[in-house]
Design a protein around this ligand. Structure first.
Ligand code: AHR
Length: 633
């Protein structure tokens, strides 16, 4: 018997309550969301020919070490350092790009190729361009005729004759002579919103289906970098794509599972593209910037206080890039990139997973500078783990004293921890900063010789915990699972919310849980209790309830984490309910169940109607289930 109180608690669900956190980890951007199919298109990786093969040549080509483009407009640096000089002596010379663990092509779909070329000597009369499979079968072809001895951009289109997950791009040359090549690029024509050189449609669709309230980006640890020099610098990610300086990804490493030495950031998705994506999704942008401390997993390199200014300036300039009018330097760049209207940035995050005196000292400088110039911008600060590596609460007290607005907490814990902590925020200080649960995921035990897996055990525990987040929406105003995406052949971290290969993608069981909460967020928190106490595991039940003033509904999220069916009765205090409602359930008797590529809908919502009798809601909860109950009021 559960008691429902229909009176107003005054607690609002913020539109930002359920969001997503995007980081280029697990090939999420390059090799994933960013639909570019050519790896190392500009020969800028530390090994310039990484990703490229020349099967018919030892002597016929080499890379050259001087840039061809102008110094980057905004940094004044020459960022596109290299190109390939191809010397063709015989007729069979070929240059093959392997893609990101291959290239996914679909039968009858069109692919747009662009490249920059400059004839140097002799006469290379034609470049044949083919999509091939691993057995060298041709799956689509076209050609370009190089014309000039100055740099020129060429375009061609291929149509795939077959679906293939591991295609490659092959260039063969007719004639003899030397030619310079750069920015060899291939994109599907069918991208999200049909944008040229845009984003992978199926992946953005999965994000859009979550109806996210915000997008936190671009990381995670990649914000910090392994060293300060390799931190994420947003200014190097805007303007023309060929001028964006390629950077070794901080996740170019052996971590948790696979070694990905070919993991670089092309910044084809840069800050402009991120802002554009938020706009498409109707979500608030939440950029996180370096606070001058490199990634704690590695050096923890620190910028000295006297050298902090450029970091602070980056934050101020980002606000100008997002919100400034066209008369400002950065607002002008946004306009030139095609978006005269401001992006209306409201939040900015300073530092990721940083804490202690060194963080607080630096954070203060950011806080003062941002508030002085942009008093309405809400600043998200970070907290860290205690020295024993436990909860992300370290630094809270100091941040409270500074009247910090929102503090970012992270937890990757066992499913048991999530169940035990469903009441975590019940006792948080209502007068202190708000909480951003910016990264969390239940990590079931590692399988032998493999990474931790997504499964229903983890997802169900997250659901139980999320009822606690929702019940405490007066303290917790933003939440996001992490990490968001992973390529099945190139990941460093698991579990993840969405898995993809070169052709397909699916939402995990954890994704289904997130979707249930985020698409049924409601507007006002009500109270559901047993004997006056919130449901945080009594009889293995966890529950939250909200009202939606737009749809006039009561929306309950109820978890039964036990292995038995349970009948519950929900009685509204001093009121009677009437009519009909629905119960939608995510459930599995097997805690190891997950969705996968072959069966992406093993666990999806199943809906049934329920009748209300005697003014009360009577429902049966299946074992190990998350239930969404909706009643019209
Ligand atoms: O989500 C994966 C990593 O976990 C993030 O980059 C970092 O913030 C955290 O340690």
């Amino acid at each position: 018997q559960l008691d429902l109180d229909l009176s107003d608690t005054g607690i609002k669900i913020q539109p930002t309550m359920y969001g997503v956190f995007f980081e280029d980890i697990n090939f999420a951007a390059d090799g994933g969301l960013y639909a570019e199919m050519v790896k190392n298109r500009s020969f800028e990786f530390l090994l310039p020919k990484m990703g490229w093969k020349e099967p018919n040549s030892n002597t016929h080509s080499h890379n050259t070490d001087s840039g061809f483009l102008n110094p980057m407009q905004y940094s004044g640096e020459n960022t596109n350092h290299r190109f390939a000089r191809v010397t063709v002596k015989g007729s069979k010379y070929a240059l093959i790009n392997e893609g990101y663990r291959g290239m996914g092509i679909k039968k009858d779909a069109k692919y747009n190729l662009t490249l920059d070329a400059k004839k140097v000597s002799g006469d290379i009369s034609k470049i044949n361009i083919q999509l091939i499979d691993t057995l060298q079968n041709v799956l689509g072809e076209t050609y370009i005729i190089p014309e000039k001895n100055t740099w020129k951009n060429y375009e061609a289109q291929l149509t795939a004759s077959k679906t293939e997950a591991h295609a490659q791009l092959k260039l063969t040359f007719e004639g003899k002579g030397e030619i310079d090549l750069d920015m060899i690029s291939l994109f599907p024509e069918d991208t999200w919103k049909g944008r040229k050189k845009g984003l992978r449609k199926d992946l953005v669709q999965l994000l859009s289906d979550l109806n996210p309230g915000f997008l936190r980006f671009p990381g995670g640890c990649i914000v910090e970098g392994r060293t300060l020099e390799r931190r994420y610098q947003w200014k190097k990610t805007v303007g023309d794509i060929e001028d964006r300086e390629v950077l070794v990804n901080r996740w170019n490493t052996e971590f948790m599972h696979k070694f990905t030495p070919d993991y670089y950031q092309s910044f084809g998705i840069g800050f402009f593209e991120y802002f554009q994506l938020f706009e498409d999704l109707g979500a608030e942008p939440l950029p996180i910037l370096s606070c001058g401390i490199a990634c704690q997993f590695n050096t923890g390199e620190l910028v000295s206080m006297k050298d902090l200014d450029p970091y602070v300036q980056d934050a101020l300039d980002l606000i100008e890039f997002a919100n400034g009018d066209t008369s400002t330097k950065w607002g002008k760049l946004r306009t030139e990139m095609g978006h005269p209207k401001p992006f209306n940035l409201k939040y900015i995050g300073i530092g990721n997973e940083q804490w202690g005196e060194v963080y607080i000292e630096r954070y203060k400088v950011f806080h003062e500078a941002i508030k002085a110039k942009y008093p309405d911008i809400i600043i998200v600060s970070g907290s860290g783990p205690f020295p024993d590596g436990d909860q992300f609460e370290y630094g809270w007290e100091q941040l409270k004293q500074m009247n910090a607005e929102i503090v970012d907490e992270h937890y990757y814990k066992s499913p048991e921890w999530f169940l035990e902590n469903a009441g975590r925020y019940d006792s948080y200080d209502r007068k202190g900063p708000k909480v951003f649960a910016g990264e969390y995921a239940a990590h079931p035990k590692e399988v032998e010789d493999g990474p931790k897996e997504n499964n229903w055990q983890g997802a169900l525990a997250e659901a139980a915990f999320m009822t606690g987040l929702e019940r405490n929406a007066d303290v917790v105003t933003l939440t996001s699972y992490a990490p968001l995406m992973a390529h099945i052949d190139a990941f460093q971290w698991a579990p993840d919310l969405i898995w993809f290969n070169n052709l397909e993608a699916y939402g995990t069981v954890n994704y289904q849980v997130q979707k249930l909460f985020s698409t049924n967020a409601g507007t006002d928190v009500l109270s559901i209790t047993e004997n006056g106490k919130p449901l945080i595991g009594q009889h293995q039940i966890y529950a939250s309830v909200v009202k939606d003033v737009h749809s006039n509904e009561l929306i309950f999220k109820i978890v039964n984490s036990g292995t038995n069916h349970q009948n519950i009765i929900i009685s509204p205090k001093g009121n009677k309910l009437s009519g009909e409602g629905s119960i939608s359930t995510l459930q599995s008797d097997d805690l190891s169940t997950n969705n996968d590529f072959d069966n992406p809908e093993k666990i999806v919502l199943k809906t049934n109607q329920i009748k209300i009798s005697d003014g009360k809601i009577q429902i049966e909860l299946k074992p190990q289930s998350l239930n969404l109950v909706k009643i019209k009021i």
